[in-house]
Design a protein. Structure first.
Ligand SMILES: Nc1ncnc2c1ncn2[C@@H]1O[C@H](COP(=O)(O)OP(=O)(O)OP(=O)(O)O)[C@@H](O)[C@H]1O
Length: 361
C-alpha cells in the first residue's frame, strides 16, 4: 500500500552507528537518533562536517547498518535484513551525491538507463523512460553527451534523473549542491522542489549550508556529535533556535544582525538611539515597526539589516536609528517590545549591550 502524505515513511528509533576509529577508539557517528520523516515532505539534516549526517542517511538505504536501535523504511525494519530482502527496500530509494558519481564511459542517456537495465526493463521501455526523465530535469538535448562535457549543474540533473528512474518514493540528497555555484545551486534546489511537489517524492536533504534548508526544507534536524540537538518545523527551528550550533547556522545565512564593530560605527555615525528589531510573521513585521514609531512621533531610519525567507515565510531584523524626545523614544521602545524582540544598543554617549551582542540572535 502506498504511504499516505504525512504518515511516517522513515523512522529512526534510538539508531546508533559506532565505527572502530584509530587505535581502537570508538567513533559514535550516529548516537541514539530518534526521529520520523513524513511522507511527502522535504526533510533537512544540517550539521557541520563530522556531525554524522552522511552516516545517518546511509542507514536509510542500509549502506551502513545500525550498531543498535532500528531504522524502519516504508514499514520495513531494516535491522538484520539480508541483502536479498533489502533489494526491494533499496528499489524504493534514489540517492544523489555531491560528486554526482556518474559513469564517465556512458552518455547521459546511458547513465540514466543504467538502473533500468539492472532492474530488467526492456530496451524500448528504457528509451521511453529515459526521454521522459531527461525532459523532466531539463536536459533532453544532452542525451548523447558524455559527462565530461557537462557543467556541474547538468551533471547533477543527470544524477537526479538517474535516481528517479525506477520511481522511488524517497530521494536522499547528500550534499547535492555543495560542489555548485550559488546560481546553479538555486536551479538544482528548485528542481528538487519540483521532484517533491510534482512527483510526491519524499526528499531527505543532507547539508552543511543553512541556505539549502532555508529555501526548500519543511522540517529540519540539526545534528552535532552524532545526536539530533534540535528538530522541528524549519521556520520554528531557525526563528527561535535553542542551541548554539543552530544559532551559528542562522547567523551565517542571514547576516542581518550587526556585529559589535558595526554597532560601534553605527553609534558614531548616527546621533540617535540604535536598536535592532526582529521581523517575522509571528511577532513583528516592518509594518508594525513603522506603525509604533509613527504612533509615538519618533523618526526611524533604517541603518542596517535584512529580511529574507525561511521556509517561504519572512524572517530577519532591522537596525533602526530612533530620533525624537527622550520620553517619546522610551515609549516607542516599549511599544516595539510589545510586538517583537528588540535589542537596544543605546547611543555613542550611552552605549548598551553585551560585548558579544552582535553575534546573538
Ligand atoms: N567508515 C568509517 N570508519 C570510521 N569512522 C567513520 C567512518 N565513516 C564515518 N566515520 C566517522 O564518523 C563521524 C561522522 O561522519 P559523517 O561522514 O557521517 O559526518 P558528516 O556530518 O556527514 O560529515 P561530512 O560532511 O564531513 O561527511 C566522523 O567522525 C567520521 O570520521
Amino acid at each position: 500500500m502506498p504511504t499516505a502524505t504525512g504518515e511516517t515513511i522513515i523512522s529512526f528509533r534510538e539508531a546508533a552507528k559506532v565505527f572502530d576509529g584509530r587505535k581502537g577508539a570508538e567513533v559514535r557517528a550516529v548516537d541514539g537518533v530518534t526521529l520520523d520523516v513524513r511522507a511527502g515532505e522535504i526533510f533537512g539534516v544540517i550539521g557541520y562536517s563530522g556531525a554524522g549526517k552522511s552516516t545517518l542517511v546511509r542507514l536509510v538505504n542500509a549502506l551502513e547498518r545500525t550498531t543498535s536501535g532500528a531504522v524502519v523504511v516504508d514499514g520495513t525494519d531494516l535491522t538484520g535484513l539480508s541483502e536479498a530482502r533489502l533489494r526491494p527496500v533499496r528499489a524504493g530509494i534514489g540517492m544523489i551525491f555531491q560528486q554526482f558519481n556518474l559513469l564517465s564511459s556512458r552518455t547521459v542517456a546511458g547513465n540514466v538507463a543504467y538502473p533500468l537495465e539492472v532492474a530488467g526493463w526492456s530496451a524500448a521501455r528504457r528509451r521511453e523512460r529515459v526521454r521522459e526523465l531527461l525532459d523532466f530535469v531539463g536536459i533532453a538535448d544532452k542525451a548523447d553527451v558524455y559527462p565530461a562535457k557537462l557543467s556541474g549543474g547538468q551533471k547533477q540533473r543527470v544524477g537526479i534523473a538517474r535516481a528517479l528512474a525506477t520511481n522511488p518514493k524517497i530521494l536522499l540528497a547528500d550534499e547535492a549542491t555543495s560542489a555548485l555555484d550559488p546560481e546553479t545551486t538555486h536551479d538544482v534546489l528548485a528542481l528538487l522542489q519540483r521532484v517533491n511537489r510534482e512527483l510526491g517524492i519524499t526528499v531527505v536533504v543532507i547539508t552543511h549550508e543553512m541556505d539549502v534548508v532555508r529555501s526548500i526544507c519543511h522540517r529540519v534536524a540539526v545534528m552535532e556529535h552524532g545526536k539530533v540537538v534540535e528538530l522541528g518545523d524549519a521556520y520554528q527551528v531557525f526563528s527561535a533556535p535553542t542551541q548554539e550550533v543552530t544559532r551559528r547556522f542562522v547567523s551565517t545565512a542571514l547576516k542581518d544582525r550587526p556585529s559589535v564593530a558595526v554597532i560601534e560605527r553605527l553609534r558614531t555615525r548616527h546621533a540617535g538611539r540604535i536598536v535592532t528589531v526582529g521581523v517575522d510573521d509571528v511577532t513583528g513585521s516592518s509594518a508594525h515597526v513603522t506603525h509604533v514609531l509613527r504612533e509615538h512621533g519618533v523618526d526611524g531610519t533604517i541603518v542596517y539589516g535584512g529580511i529574507t525567507e525561511v521556509a517561504e515565510r519572512p524572517y530577519g531584523s532591522l537596525t533602526v536609528e530612533l530620533v525624537g524626545p527622550d520620553d517619546a523614544v522610551r515609549a516607542a521602545l516599549a511599544g516595539l517590545r510589545s510586538v517583537t524582540d528588540v535589542v537596544d544598543h543605546g547611543t555613542a554617549r550611552d552605549p548598551l549591550g553585551a560585548p558579544d551582542e552582535g553575534n546573538d540572535r
